[in-house]
Design a protein around this ligand. Structure first.
Ligand SMILES: [Zn+2]
Length: 123
């Protein structure tokens, strides 16, 4: 493994300059992954210009726990939406009525589950 500072290449410095120029704020915090300074974007997200990704800062274990649960719910939601798409496409090409009925029940269950997930996320 190389020193985190070695990953601060020319492109990264250029990106950091761009972030500052665009009115974002450099924080006194570093990216846990690459050691590069983090920025607070105008939309309040915390961002690493080097990794080019959003960074989530957590205060304590409880916040980490909540974050992990929310991430799981969000991932489940994405999977369910992709299933909804798949089943919808199957219904589109299905000519057998019994099979359509089976697919619609499945679709309905996916949608119900998505609705439940969304109600949990709002808590
Ligand atoms: Zn980083």
């Amino acid at each position: 493994m190389s020193e985190p500072s070695k990953k601060l290449d020319q492109n990264n410095i250029k990106r950091m300059a761009e972030l500052l120029k665009d009115g974002n704020t450099m924080l006194d915090l570093i990216c846990p992954k690459c050691g590069s300074p983090l920025f607070r974007l105008k939309n309040q997200d915390i961002y690493c210009g080097n990794c080019q990704r959003k960074v989530v800062l957590l205060k304590d274990d409880q916040e980490l726990d909540t974050y992990n649960k929310m991430s799981l719910l969000s991932e489940t939601n994405d999977i369910l939406y992709s299933k909804v798409m798949t089943v919808t496409n199957l219904i589109k090409s299905e000519t057998d009525l019994d099979e359509q009925s089976r697919l619609i029940k499945l679709l309905y269950n996916y949608l119900l589950t998505i609705e439940k997930l969304n109600s949990i996320k709002k808590i």
